[in-house]
Design a protein around this ligand. Sequence first.
Ligand code: F6P
Length: 328
Amino acid sequence: MKKGKVTKIGVMTSGGDAPGMNAAIRAVVRTGTYNGLGVCGIMRGYSGLIENDIHEMDSRSVANIIQRGGTILKTARSKAFTTPEGRKAAYNNLKQHGIDGLIIIGGDGSFKGAQTFSNEYDIPCIGLPGTIDKDIAGTDVTIGFDTAVNTAVEAIDKIRDTMDAHDRLFIVEVMGRDAGYIALHSGIATGAENILIPENKTDIDDLICSLSEKEKRKKLVNLVVVAEGGEYGDANKLAEIIKERIPTADTRVCILGHIQRGGSPSCADRLIASHMGYYAVESLLIGRHNVMVGVINNKIHYTPLDKAVKQKQTIGQEWMKIVKILAS
Ligand code: F6P
């Protein structure tokens, strides 16, 4: 299949689901049909592509989904697509359906697969950043982060009520395998005393010292928000350390888990998903290939797929200083 005028596109969601993926699918399908393109939905990401689980879609197929969490196309992480045989089967299925452009809504792992596939088979691919972790280079926002962080805030606010009633120390573990954005944002927004994230080294003695000092001056309600991927990201293990070193603290743990991935997308996520979905199709139409559509400084920004990798960055130390001051 040669690059040229795209006539029929395939859309899929891949990797961890994120609220707003449905809004992005809707935008892709409707922009595609508006422009006279055929559109196919590929079920379960690359797994469905390999297994030929591919279905024609039209404007009606995406009615009443903009407000729904999860993804109507379902999602998966495919081992088979990492093999040349898997990608060959995927290509044959695309050819059979006459699909000559692909839109992949997912994270950096999904983009890596798209890049390899596109190099091998010359299929134009466009990525849309869909992950609650907000850890992709080339975009300030990812589809799902805003909803996930607001879910965490809502939950932590509730924990604070019971925590305050009992004068307790709570450790709340939020998602973020490699990134601390959910922890940082939700922690600041809920007035956490300490926030532990993978981007920063945690000085456990310093943490214990600050919590003990608060205990001494009878500040008994203390909230520690940890990102699961950090050095002390396992809230239960951290609680054991704290209980051992500050036995007087009445310590409890709450792991928010997958609740953060579900739910109706926020207005912000619906907007960015709609915006990015529209530009993904536009990109294919004008021959812009193998890029991720992102947003930087409120403007659409295109990043080559091989550069749209997991963002390893240091989260501003200034924020950590502010957290300390505001929690005093
Ligand atoms: O989508 C990203 C993420 O939510 C991470 O923060 C988390 O570690 C991971 O997915 C868990 O995914 P799963 O349970 O699907 O393996």
